[in-house]
Design a protein around this ligand. Structure first.
Ligand code: 2NL
Length: 344
């Protein structure tokens, strides 16, 4: 028995030594330590031994089994170490290599224009206010003298969530909220940039969502000449010192009187060309004196206070300033288009 176990051990150790991979080792493990292996067989045959031999043989069989197990585990670890070392050798990583350059993004031209306009108006004493894109019918329409069934609502058909909740069609509701928060005490001097939405068919000059900047100035004795002065300063800063503005009568439900504001054409300097359709003027924004009803609804006494307001499309400003011919360029995010505004 003793000799048999000793021989088994030597044989197993030899095979472990010779094994070149995990599979060969696994075969040795199964054939020597498995249920049908020779050691199990020895242990099973112990019943035939004498009482005094039995514990000795049992102990020896256990020792042989443990020895084989230990050697198997050691060899397995050794093979794994070799495998890892080989892999490290093959997959050398040069940590000193320069990384792939990360492409730097640019500010979106619309954002750049909004920030530029903000800077100009902050310089004129205005502050910037923002508000929700989902608005109530009250702030978007009612508070701006556009009662339900007013025909001018057709021009601003919107996206409704419910009868009373919609995507705002203009940023005026932010101004209405600002006025309300002042509790009838002026001055109010804000500009409100933001995204607005209208149910419209998209083409080169229309989009169902675009950006607007509206302005509002309420105080004692604010007059049309103040509006003219502020807009003239803005236009000169934004488009160039050599530009002039012109006010034409117009209509908005929230202002009275209302005007359309034109700027002299940069291309022809006012002489008339293709861009300005021979008129020498290009329309850039709408404005007017805040309607007394609008002042009243937002808590201002129109006998005590007056104000002017204006609204302009950011896309239109950007298109005129940078000679962009299609509004859709702003939304399709073609990098060739966006990269042109790196220095803006
Ligand atoms: C346009 C014209 C305009 C206003 C917006 C306004 C806001 C309040 C009161 C009175 Cl809270 N008016 N906003 C006034 C005149 C014109 O926008 O063509 N926008 C693109």
């Amino acid at each position: 028995m003793k000799e048999t176990l000793e021989a088994l051990l030597q044989e197993a150790l030899g095979k472990i030594e010779a094994a070149e991979d995990g599979r060969a080792l696994q075969e040795v493990r199964v054939s020597y330590l498995g249920k049908k292996g020779p050691i199990t067989e020895v242990l099973r045959g112990m019943g035939k031994l004498s009482a005094e031999e039995r514990p000795k043989v049992g102990q020896m069989a256990n020792e042989v089994r443990d020895e084989i197990k230990t050697k198997l585990d050691e060899k397995e670890q050794a093979l794994e170490d070799i495998r890892v070392a080989k892999q490290l050798e093959e997959q050398k990583l040069d940590v000193t290599m320069p990384g792939r350059p990360i492409e730097k993004g640019t500010k979106h031209p619309l954002q750049a224009v909004v920030e530029e306009v903000e800077d100009i108006f902050i310089g004129l004493g205005f502050s910037v206010a923002e508000g929700p894109e989902v608005e109530t019918d009250y702030y978007n329409f009612e508070a701006l003298n556009l009662p339900k069934d007013h025909p001018a609502r057709d021009m601003q058909d919107s996206f409704y969530f419910t009868e009373e909740l919609l995507l705002r069609t203009q940023t005026s509701p932010v101004q209405a909220r600002t006025m309300e928060a002042h509790n009838g005490v002026g001055p109010v001097k804000v500009i409100c940039p933001g995204r607005v939405f209208r149910r419209d068919n998209d083409d080169a000059t229309h989009s169902h969502q675009f950006m607007q900047i509206e302005g509002l100035y309420i105080d004692h004795n604010v007059r049309m000449s103040d509006l003219r002065g502020v807009l003239d300063s803005f236009v000169k800063r934004f488009f160039g010192e050599n530009r002039e503005i012109r006010l034409r009568p117009s209509f908005f439900p929230f202002t009275e009187p209302s005007v359309e504001v034109d700027v002299t054409c940069a291309l022809c300097g006012g002489k008339g060309c293709r861009v300005c359709k021979q008129s020498g003027w290009i329309e850039v924004l709408g404005a007017g004196m805040v309607h007394p009803k609008v002042l009243g609804m937002s808590g201002f006494d129109s006998n005590d206070y007056s104000g002017f307001a204006f609204g302009m499309g950011v896309e239109r400003l950007a298109m005129l300033k940078y000679g962009i011919d299609d509004i859709r360029h702003f939304y399709t995010n073609d990098k060739r288009f966006l990269a042109q505004f790196k220095r803006v």
